[in-house]
Design a binder for this molecule. Structure first.
Ligand SMILES: [Zn+2]
Length: 116
């Protein structure tokens, strides 16, 4: 494997590890946010807290989904298949990986998939 590719993979690995840390840190904050909303507020406050709780739940869901993507990307780094499109087997462009380090598909395959 050319050194340039190795270097690129390890820098994406660092990106992914950092992202995973972020996601783990924010999920650790979650229980606290939920506990706060369990106090007995007046009705208006209750409505606001309920809305916030919905957002919290949606964010938690999004975070856990992203965390799964990041973990699976890290596995691909370890297995040496990182940066290869799961659809067509071509290399995913470094530009795309910079924007979405856990991308599984190249732009073409991603577009095809979202159309179907
Ligand atoms: Zn592809």
């Amino acid at each position: 494997m050319p050194t340039a590719v190795k270097t690129r993979r390890s820098s994406f690995r660092n990106l992914l590890l950092k992202k995973r840390e972020e996601l783990l840190a924010s999920s650790r904050r979650q229980p606290e946010a939920l506990a706060t909303s369990l106090r007995t507020p007046d009705e208006v406050e209750f409505a606001i807290k309920t809305a916030q709780q919905d957002v919290t739940a949606a964010t938690a869901e999004l975070h856990s989904r992203m965390l799964r993507e990041v973990e699976s990307a890290l596995k691909r780094v370890a297995g040496g298949t990182y940066g290869v499109c799961e659809g067509c087997g071509e290399e995913i462009s470094p530009h795309r990986l910079k924007a979405i380090p856990w991308a599984r598909y190249c732009l073409t395959c991603q577009e095809l998939r979202s159309k179907n």
